[in-house]
Ligand binder design. Structure first.
Ligand SMILES: CC(=O)SCCNC(=O)CCNC(=O)[C@H](O)C(C)(C)COP(=O)(O)OP(=O)(O)OC[C@H]1O[C@@H](n2cnc3c(N)ncnc32)[C@H](O)[C@@H]1OP(=O)(O)O
Ligand SMILES: O=C([O-])CC(=O)C(=O)O
Length: 375
């Protein structure tokens, strides 16, 4: 059984900042659980919408409950005209995470959460609308096309691929999207979720909590690492070049994106799952470069630094093999993690005290004010 990582130092590492019944991360014997279920079992056998229901409504749905939930979400997919107009004004070179942040925030203006009794409906609306927010902007700004925001796809992952590529996705790609969305759904007090909880603790609205969380997820030390990993992997055209390049980056003390973790010590349980699907997709597309390059970096990082790939690293090649543009990688993470964020907001609201830690003051001693004329 893996030993737990020793957690101490800056960044609130190792400090218990609240309670949750949603997930466990890095506890011995259970790599990652959502409401008691091992994420690997969920990724193997569940549908993302089932996992969303589990996180948001407390238990796995029955068949009837799942069918009703999927049907509810399907009806909530279309975007209001005013939001489409806002998305059309965002330039093609904007970062898609900024598009998600704006899309979420703007929807909060036209469909506000009037009181907390609406929290589940607001979350379901965001869950249904996020793929269209991303794809409507992307297709308009890049292809000059005003796409339809609805599709007859049953799943959120399939719906996203359909809007992006304008055609029915393959069963394999729908399955992989499903797995990916499950793996990214929830992760205890990570930076973006903690951001959402801090915002919720002021009794703010759901859109504000989610908008704030998107801002935190955007950074390359958190969700942005899947895009940064792709940019690095693509620089190498062979495993030999990748080994040389990785050694060079380590010698320069560069951070290698997609490796290491704040809580896990020697592996991220999501990695083996997504790596397996990346390999299947590599075989499907006949890849002979990207996957071997990824494995070469992976091996070198372990040999040199005992650093392991986190959830983000093999997500890069996985998404790439499905024809997803690199800049949309982190927004897909948003479509999934929304479920974890919202469930944490519900939890915070149900037992709230404003989150307001203290700071250790390290500035100058108290001193006398000097009027501007005498300075
Ligand atoms: C879904 C997710 O959000 S998963 C995380 C995605 N982020 C990334 O992949 C970015 C790259 N990784 C990192 O920057 C870090 O590993 C983090 C942010 C994930 C965790 O940071 P920390 O908790 O501070 O890492 P930790 O304490 O384990 O670091 C130990 C040492 O390994 C080094 N290290 C950790 N990760 C890396 C890395 N990816 N590349 C190079 N060195 C690293 C640290 O610099 C530190 O060295 P030091 O002691 O000389 O300063
Ligand atoms: O827990 C963390 O610090 C980051 C992470 O892996 C996640 O949010 O999925």
């Amino acid at each position: 059984m893996a030993e737990a990582k020793v957690l101490s130092g800056a960044g609130l590492r190792g400090q218990v900042a609240g309670q949750t019944a949603l997930s466990t991360v890095g506890q011995s014997g259970a790599g990652l659980t959502y409401r008691g279920y091992d994420v690997r079992e969920l990724a193997a056998d569940a549908q993302f919408e089932e996992v969303a229901y589990l996180l948001l409504y407390g238990e796995l749905p029955t068949k009837t409950q799942l069918a009703a939930y999927v049907s509810k979400l399907s009806k909530l997919r279309d975007l209001p005209q005013a939001l489409k107009e806002v998305l059309e004004r965002i330039p093609a070179d904007a970062h898609p995470m900024d598009v998600m942040r704006t899309g979420c925030s703007f929807l909060g203006n036209i469909e506000p959460e009037k009181d907390f009794s609406e929290q589940h409906d607001v979350t379901d609306r965001l869950l249904a609308a996020f793929p269209a927010i991303m794809c409507y902007w992307y297709r308009f700004s890049h292809d000059g096309k005003r796409i339809s925001c609805v599709s007859d796809e049953q799943t959120i992952g399939g719906h996203f691929l359909h809007l992006l590529h304008d055609k029915k996705p393959s069963e394999l790609h729908v399955k992989v999207m499903n797995v990916s969305l499950i793996l990214y759904a929830e992760h205890e007090f990570n930076a973006s979720t903690f951001t959402a909880r801090v915002c919720a603790s002021t009794l703010s609205d759901m859109y504000s909590c989610v908008t704030a969380a998107i801002g935190s997820l955007r950074g390359p030390l958190h969700g942005g690492a899947n895009e940064a990993a792709m940019e690095m992997i693509e620089r190498f055209s062979s495993p030999e070049e990748a080994v040389k390049g990785t050694l060079g980056m380590l010698a320069r003390k560069d951070k290698i994106m997609g490796f290491g973790h704040a809580i896990y010590k020697d592996n991220d349980p999501r990695n083996e799952v997504i790596k397996g699907w990346s390999k299947k997709l590599a075989d499907e597309v006949g890849d002979t470069v990207l996957f071997p390059v990824s494995e070469a970096i992976d091996k070198t990082m372990w040999e040199q630094k005992k650093l392991f790939p986190n959830a983000d690293f093999y997500h890069a090649s996985t998404y790439h093999f499905m024809g997803i543009p690199t800049k949309l990688f982190t927004p897909i993470f948003v479509c999934s993690r929304l479920t974890g964020w919202a469930a944490h907001v519900f939890e915070q609201r149900a037992n709230n005290r404003i989150i307001r830690p203290s700071a250790e003051y390290v500035g100058v001693e108290q001193r006398k004010f000097v009027p501007i004329e005498q300075r």
